[in-house]
Design a protein around this ligand. Structure first.
Ligand code: MN
Length: 247
């Protein structure tokens, strides 16, 4: 038997045909973390995923929505006891969302502090143009003995990768990240035992259509080439990383 494939950041509820996609994923050989962007989506996602252990659901509070003035922290906090998985959360300093950056920081700080208070949570973190700030907040509010941080679509310099590794963070890598040389160099500097795969579907494309969880296999092919490994060993390494992350 093959080790499972891993898609540790996707948005199953945001596909037009999400009900059939959930259906295909339930009980498949892919280990999935489906994240949400708002805590209002939590209940529906819980129902759609059913009791399948291969689909983990993240309780989310997306920084882009926080920037647009949505304050759903109270709802987020009231649901946090229901899940070990949190995401998508984080910071986004791209021009469109920068005006709400102070609100994003307050919200992300609350998320990290609440998670630290519970202990044992696993967080999928968005950090567009905010690697340094995000890492500083993780260090301050969610030290590695209080919870685990996975940096999703982390496109930064090697020195920030190094800093994240020191803080105990994991990385989830998608196919888009392997297309640019500068990002490929950072990905190549990530330690093998900290890497997971993701699609961030439906926000990435594979063969001209929105990526679905099984497309992590083409990411795995590209990643194996970059890391001078091979498909089977990397697949097995990533399955081991997932077990260690969730142990
Ligand atoms: Mn996402």
């Amino acid at each position: 038997m093959h080790p499972p494939l891993v898609d540790y950041h996707c948005h199953l509820d945001l596909y037009p045909d999400h009900e059939s996609l959930f259906e295909q994923c339930r009980g498949s050989e892919i280990e999935i973390l489906t994240v949400t962007t708002t805590p209002r989506a939590w209940k529906k996602n819980k129902e759609l995923a059913g009791e399948c252990s291969n689909i983990r659901r993240g309780l989310g509070l997306h920084p882009q929505l926080v920037a647009e003035g949505l304050n759903e922290s109270p709802l987020f906090e009231s649901l946090l006891s229901e899940t070990r998985f949190v995401g998508e959360v984080g910071l986004d300093a791209s021009p469109r969302f920068y005006k709400g950056f102070e609100a994003q920081k307050r919200s992300f700080e609350r998320v990290l502090c609440c998670c630290a208070e519970y202990g044992g949570k696993i967080l999928s973190i968005h950090s567009v143009r905010t690697a340094r700030e995000s890492l500083a907040m993780i260090e301050k509010f969610l030290p590695s003995d209080k919870g685990k941080a996975i940096l999703h679509w982390f496109t930064v310099s090697k020195s920030e990768v190094k800093r994240a590794v020191e803080l105990g963070c994991f990385f989830s890598v998608n196919g888009e990240m392997l297309k640019r040389d500068s990002i490929r160099a950072s990905v190549a500097s990530m330690p093998l035992d900290r890497i997971l795969t993701e699609t961030d579907g439906p926000f990435t494309n594979t063969n001209g259509r929105p990526s679905v969880p099984s497309d992590v296999s083409s990411t795995l092919t590209g990643l194996a080439f970059l890391l001078q490994s091979d498909f089977a060993s990397l697949r097995s390494q990533i399955a081991t990383n997932l077990r260690n992350l969730e142990a």
